[in-house]
Write a protein that binds this ligand. Structure first.
Ligand SMILES: Nc1ncnc2c1ncn2[C@@H]1O[C@H](COP(=O)(O)OP(=O)(O)OP(=O)(O)O)[C@@H](O)[C@H]1O
Ligand SMILES: CC(=O)C(=O)O
Ligand SMILES: [K+]
Ligand SMILES: [Mg+2]
Length: 575
């Protein structure tokens, strides 16, 4: 792959701006709709992929979103510093709707790198318990928390379990190993404290030699390298390399026989291993926002984990995300989606278990089903794989990202690109600029999609909220409002609104910092923390004055406001 010919320029992260002073405003008169108007831009900017200057580091590595004089306003209302900057830069209606997740690894675990990702639009930081030890993860999680506390971000933390699927050991500390065509390698369950001799790979699963047969195909990391099993010698399995490739530490192993994945004793491995339970305790103690369960097979394990979390952490609300990456998960897809708080289309391992050409249609189906069932959905793996090594994406990668945005997935995820790649910030800015561009195109073309939304409410009261949100989204589109405001306790009404994918941004106001962080995963939601009261009139007045003071709304903006406590809907102009 040649890099010389690539001339793509990447966007600048949003820069801090100086808010104007905070003043109180008169009570807005309600129910005062006015003729349709289009969104305005607060500052000249372009979301074109080709028209951004190179990313600039934050001045002195410090990102101060608000002047000290505004401490009072900060205490009253919190919004993600990066979102605030984006809102001002791109204008009200042009804020990014698609959320971005970055896997944190050796390339991005430092405080400065994490801050650059937050400035660049990272909504969720992901740590994968497959790699690194707990101390390392603790350091990352706390660094993200510190960034939120000190610099005004609301980056949520997601922790993936390792799961008990079969994978290689860590190559005795070597960063990688190259397998060449025709070479014979030994895959062994023998563990070794010291580094293993050449061409011997440790396998973490004791039943490995029993499960495989001569003639089977062994896929490393979803087929990045392939071997054929030639013979078994006790705990050792000798294999010949048939497709050369790079072996990375702890790469997943899949065995294929007669065109499908072998499921022998390994099918009985628990979804959550004993090591995973200890990692989960660690995640609860560190206050992660989401736990993503690898290789989910059924809804049962999700329900089990949810009750475990509820018993362990009174009042805490950790979202449980089901990673769909196996044949069993596909069989039980709908019940798994219903049981979980969100879903990840984990295309890496999924593509190792089913024929690759089936992955795109399954992705589309999952995105659609999740939206119908009101669960956030993440599209993950290999979005910008070439950017692990090169500073610009391939056209095909840009097309893949565009397709996920067009499908209106809630979030896109970087894996190796941000964890161990050479250009994590550039990869993030590609996701950002492609998302903005496709979303804009979609709005300009007025492609309101006619997805029939299923009825998801379990009570009459919920049904009222659902109907309010469906109507509000329809009104927002036909009146061309600038934003929908939703005042929400637990975030549920905000999620129902996000599900409708309205044309305008959704400002979600909640008094809980953890709800606010969790809402950061949902499509189109701009979560604010606001200590609100029962008095809607009062909430609206405060919100308008605080947002006006920060240049985030203007007099005359048309807004629809919803409240889950009052189950109310109002249309008004910002006074
Ligand atoms: N904490 C870490 N320490 C070291 N390397 C890491 C870490 N996290 C990720 N990586 C590297 O980045 C790569 C991509 O990360 P990712 O989390 O997608 O892992 P993965 O092994 O492909 O598993 P998964 O299927 O869960 O995504 C990994 O293969 C690993 O090389
Ligand atoms: C993200 C992940 O686990 C996968 O794609 O396999
Ligand atoms: K994993
Ligand atoms: Mg996986």
């Amino acid at each position: 792959m040649a890099t010389a010919a690539r001339s793509l320029h990447l966007p600048t992260p949003p820069k801090p701006s100086n808010p104007s002073s905070h003043r109180l405003l008169p009570v807005p008169s309600q129910f005062r709709p006015r003729p349709q108007r289009r969104g305005r831009r607060l500052a000249a900017s372009s979301s074109d992929l080709t028209s951004f200057p190179d990313p600039a580091p934050t001045p002195n590595g410090v990102y101060v979103p608000l002047a000290a004089a505004h401490a009072a306003a900060v205490a009253a209302i919190d919004v993600d510093a990066a979102t605030e900057a984006e809102l001002r830069e791109n204008g009200f209606r042009s804020t990014r709707r698609t959320k971005l997740i970055c896997t944190v690894g050796p390339s991005t675990c430092g405080a400065a790198e994490l801050e650059s990702l937050a400035v660049g639009g990272m909504n969720v930081a992901r740590v994968n318990m497959c790699h690194g030890d707990r101390e390392w993860h603790r350091g990352v999680i706390r660094a993200v928390r510190r960034l939120n506390d000190e610099k005004g971000f609301a980056v949520a933390v997601m922790m993936d379990t390792e799961g008990s699927e079969i994978h290689m050991g860590d190559l005795g500390g070597a960063p990688s190993a190259k397998a060449e065509d025709g070479e014979v390698w030994t895959f062994s369950v023998r563990s070794s404290d010291t580094s293993l001799p050449d061409r011997i790979i440790h396998v973490n699963y004791d039943g490995f030699a029993e499960d495989v047969k001569a003639g089977d195909e062994l896929f490393v990391d979803g087929g990045m390298a392939r071997f054929e099993v030639i013979e078994k010698l006790g705990p050792d399995v000798k294999c010949r390399c048939t497709d050369p490739g790079l072996l990375l530490p702890r790469a997943n192993l899949t065995v294929w026989r007669d065109g499908s994945v072998v499921r022998e004793r390994n099918a009985m491995l628990p979804t959550i291993s004993s090591k995973d339970w200890i990692d989960i305790d660690f995640g609860i103690a560190e206050g992660v926002d989401f736990i993503a369960v690898s290789f989910v097979k059924s809804a049962e394990v999700i329900n089990h984990l949810k009750s475990y979390i509820a018993a362990r952490s009174r009042g805490s609300d950790i979202g449980v995300i089901a990673k769909i990456e196996s044949i069993d998960a596909l069989k039980n897809l709908e019940e798994i989606i219903r049981a979980s708080d969100g879903v990840m289309v984990a295309r890496g391992d999924l593509g190792a278990q089913i024929p690759l050409e089936q992955v795109p249609s399954i992705q589309q189906k999952m995105v659609r089903t999740c939206r119908q069932l009101n669960k956030p959905v993440i599209v993950a793996s290999q979005l910008l794989e070439s950017m692990i090594e090169y500073p610009t994406p391939t056209r095909a990668e840009v097309a893949d990202v565009s397709e996920a945005v067009r499908q209106r997935a809630d979030a896109l995820m970087l894996s190796g690109e941000s964890a161990m790649g050479r250009y994590p910030e550039k990869a993030l800015s590609v996701l950002r600029s492609v998302s903005l561009r496709i979303e804009k195109w979609w709005r300009e073309e007025k492609r309101h999609d006619a997805l029939e939304l299923l009825d998801v409410s379990s009570s009459f009261s919920d049904k009222i909220s659902e109907e309010i949100c469906n109507s509000a989204a329809k009104m927002a589109n036909s009146l061309g409002v600038d934003a929908v405001f939703v005042y929400t306790q637990d975030g549920h009404m905000a999620s129902l609104l996000s599900r409708c994918r309205p044309d305008c941004p959704i400002f979600a106001f909640t008094s809980s910092t953890s709800v606010r962080r969790r809402l950061n995963l949902l499509w189109g939601l701009i979560p604010f923390r606001l200590s609100d009261s029962d008095d809607m009139e009062n909430n609206l007045n405060r919100t308008f004055s605080l947002l006006k003071a920060r240049g985030m709304v203007q007099s005359g903006d048309l807004v629809i406001a919803l409240s889950d406590m009052l189950q109310s809907i109002q249309v008004m102009n910002v006074p």
